[in-house]
Design a protein around this ligand. Structure first.
Ligand code: KIV
Length: 255
């Protein structure tokens, strides 16, 4: 499955969607190459102000549900903050995630600082997706785009090559300046998957709840492709009205 993702480089765009549960995963799976169980679930589902609060068991429980809906896409699970601080910790937790969720790969945030862990996981046959640019797990304060200064650009290019050479099969680029994302994508043999990093990447990822309008968010890079809330409200309101006016349930709904 990873080979299929690698072969898309310079041929066709990679579609990546997030999912936190079975029913969304089942639908997203029809259109995506990669389903990511992102630790964004912390803010989207639990209202956490930081993904640092997401636990390993949060990720495992949601991923188990997602697994039930994913049939054809590559399933990647985010390793949460504080679960890959050392080589041995990373391996212990990645093994637990893979064993319990049956996912195909894990994603870790960072570059040079997590290289030893990345190499160790790959040496132990655990496929890894990288994540560079804006790193929500370790960013303190306001989220800002990356790769705007020469220094940042050089660092991002360096980190992306280091990750590639360590064996990651793909790298998420979050909020990276378009020209920097272009340079990284052109330099790498592995595909980049962008979020807020322009069309210059080999693929795109968005948080599904954002793109369907279920999650209220006003981030520049999010496009609302449908307002699912509108449809949800039609159905929920209808149910409430029919219960109140005693039009539901009918005899045929009863035993
Ligand atoms: O946590 C997440 O959903 C992510 C994507 C936004 C790339 O890491």
């Amino acid at each position: 499955m990873i080979q299929k993702i690698l072969k898309k480089k310079n041929k066709s765009k990679i579609v990546c969607l997030t999912s936190y549960s079975k029913n969304i995963a089942k639908e997203a799976d029809k259109y995506s190459d990669i389903i990511l169980v992102g630790d964004s679930l912390g803010s989207v589902l639990y209202n956490y102000n930081t993904t640092r609060k997401v636990t390993l068991s949060n990720m495992i429980e949601h991923s188990k549900s997602v697994r039930l809906g994913v049939k054809k896409s590559l399933m990647v699970v985010d390793m949460p903050y504080n679960t890959y601080g050392s080589k041995s910790l990373a391996l212990k937790n990645a093994k637990k995630i893979i064993k319990e969720t049956k996912c195909d790969a894990v994603k870790l945030e960072g570059g040079k600082n997590i290289l030893e862990q990345v190499k160790f996981l790959i040496k132990n046959k655990i496929p890894v997706m990288g994540h560079l640019g804006l790193l929500p797990q370790t960013t303190k304060g306001k989220f800002k785009s990356k790769g705007k200064t020469i220094k940042e650009k050089k660092q991002l290019i360096k980190d992306s090559i280091l990750l590639q050479d360590s064996g990651v099969f793909s790298i998420v680029l979050e909020c990276v300046k378009a020209s920097t994302a272009k340079e990284i994508t052109e330099k790498l043999k592995i595909p980049t998957v962008g979020i807020g990093s322009s069309a210059n990447c080999d693929g795109q990822v968005l948080v599904t709840d954002d793109l369907i309008g279920l999650n209220d968010t006003k981030i520049r890079f999010v496009k609302k492709f449908i307002n699912i809330k509108k449809y949800l409200n039609v159905g929920l309101k209808k149910f409430a009205t029919e219960v109140k006016t005693k039009r539901f349930p009918l005899k045929k709904h009863s035993y």
